[in-house]
Design a protein around this ligand. Structure first.
Ligand SMILES: [Zn+2]
Length: 449
């Protein structure tokens, strides 16, 4: 019997983590004698939905087991989610979905939409009914949407892996004791087989989260062997309770859809859109840079926020007429601002010449002249020459902004944003999996790796 177990929305800002709930369920599935047919999946959904949990990640475990085990497995999953989820937190609405057999194409397409746009719980419930799947919701049960989407997204195209190490109970909430130098060394040694470990601008370690959650660190990379090697190279001075390697859509740009015209930009639907810079960029309170882009169908604002250092500096240098392609989530219009694309990346396609206007040089002595007022010509303060018919001279200076693709600093990149390092490494086919993926490939307890 093949069973897909999807779940989501068990965490809250106060702690907990849906991936940790997955780790505990994996442990129990091993004890019960179920077999995995794929790596555990961590599926990041549209990061721009208004009610998102941190990171908006849903989980799916795909297993085979004896028919008589199914009920016990389901009970065990429900119990674990109920026990581990932070049900006291108002925005935490866990959901679990169980699906038998193959994943219907309708659920695949539902998952696609959950990653690039907004889907409704009613639609999820209809699909669940049609596929004879089962759904369990706690409180508002919003997690059912993510649970079903995680089942539907089978990562047949581009995908990456993340090794997540979890902290022991007594250390949670204390500073993480991970040796920064070893992380930098690991990143250097493993090169492009891993990504987003270190922020090159600040040298900051990015593999450790900040909050009270049970994650000690997460190492992202192209293949399971690479992230596992990364784990072996990182030194830390606290014990690891358990670890899991997830297969994921992180770092793949899965949330972005290229659209053809500005009038198609819709709130909460992350886009890639081409346009001409419509006016001089303006810097608003907080140091954010705002500029408009337009095409034949309309105009839309784009924002580079202060934490995204590189993009802000690029955006500041734009001139009206520059041709750009922007990548980012879309914030709806409010009373404070119009519909806005929040930049994750920007591609400079073509820059206009930068024309500088200057006063003319004195034809007698060569000194730069002074204006005598609008339309009055110019005078030379040095030799006294007056030139009433002289005009300003224009010349072109080089633009400091060069065509190319610019990224947010890795420290402010979203989970789904494809970092520079991954360009050219995209996968186009699913990985080859054995009929049964051994637990040792993706799960361990304690230090051993
Ligand atoms: Zn002169």
């Amino acid at each position: 019997m093949q069973l897909h177990i999807g779940f989501d929305d068990t965490d809250s800002p106060k702690g907990g983590c849906t991936t940790y709930v997955a780790a505990l369920i994996i442990e129990k599935l091993r004890e019960l004698g179920a077999s995995f047919i794929d790596y555990p999946a961590l599926i990041r959904l549209n990061p721009n939905v208004p009610w998102k949990t941190r990171g908006n990640g849903a989980l799916c475990l795909r297993i085979t087991c004896e028919d008589q085990l199914v009920d016990e497995i389901k009970e065990c999953v429900i119990e674990t989610v109920e026990k581990q989820a932070d049900l006291s937190y108002e925005g935490t609405d866990p959901g679990i979905v169980f699906l038998h057999g193959d994943v219907p194409s309708e659920i695949e397409s539902f998952a696609q939409r959950a990653i690039v746009s907004i889907v409704q719980k009613d639609e999820a419930l209809n699909l669940i009914k049609k596929a004879k799947a089962e759904a369990y919701g706690f409180k508002k049960g919003r997690g059912i949407i993510g649970g079903l989407a995680a089942i539907g997204e089978q990562l047949k195209g581009d995908h990456t892996y993340e090794f997540i190490a979890y902290r022991t109970l007594e250390n949670r909430g204390t500073p993480r004791r991970v040796d920064a130098a070893s992380v930098a060394q690991m990143d250097k040694q493993l090169g492009r087989s891993v990504f987003s470990n270190i922020d090159p601008e600040t040298g900051r370690v990015l593999i450790t989260p900040r909050g009270p959650d049970p994650i000690l660190y997460g190492i992202r990379g192209e293949m399971p062997e690479a992230v596992r090697r990364g784990h072996q190279l990182v030194r830390c001075e606290e014990p690891i309770e358990r670890w899991v390697i997830f297969r994921t859509n992180q770092g793949t740009d899965a949330h972005l859809r290229r659209i053809v015209s500005v009038d198609k930009v819709k709130p909460f639907n992350p886009v890639i859109i081409k346009g001409e810079v419509a006016g001089k960029p303006r810097i608003i309170q907080g140091g954010h840079v705002i500029f408009g882009i337009r095409d034949d169908t309309g105009q839309v604002d784009c924002a580079a926020y202060e934490p995204t250092g590189t993009l802000r500096n690029v955006a500041k240098k734009l001139l009206p007429g520059d041709l750009v392609e922007v990548y980012g989530g879309v914030r709806p219009a409010s009373c404070k601002h119009p519909l806005t694309v929040n930049l994750e990346k920007i591609r400079i396609l073509k820059t206009v010449p930068f024309i500088v206007q200057e006063n003319p040089l004195c034809p007698v002595c060569g000194k730069r002249m002074k204006s005598m007022g609008k339309g009055q010509g110019f005078e030379c303060k040095k030799c006294g020459f007056h030139g009433r018919s002289l005009r300003k001279v224009t010349h072109e200076t080089a633009r400091s902004l060069k065509p190319g693709l610019y990224f947010t600093s890795p420290r402010s990149q979203r989970h789904l944003t494809k970092p520079r390092r991954r360009y050219g490494l995209e996968k186009t086919v699913p990985p080859r999996m054995p009929a049964v993926v051994p637990y040792e490939w993706f799960y361990g307890v304690g230090e051993s790796s």
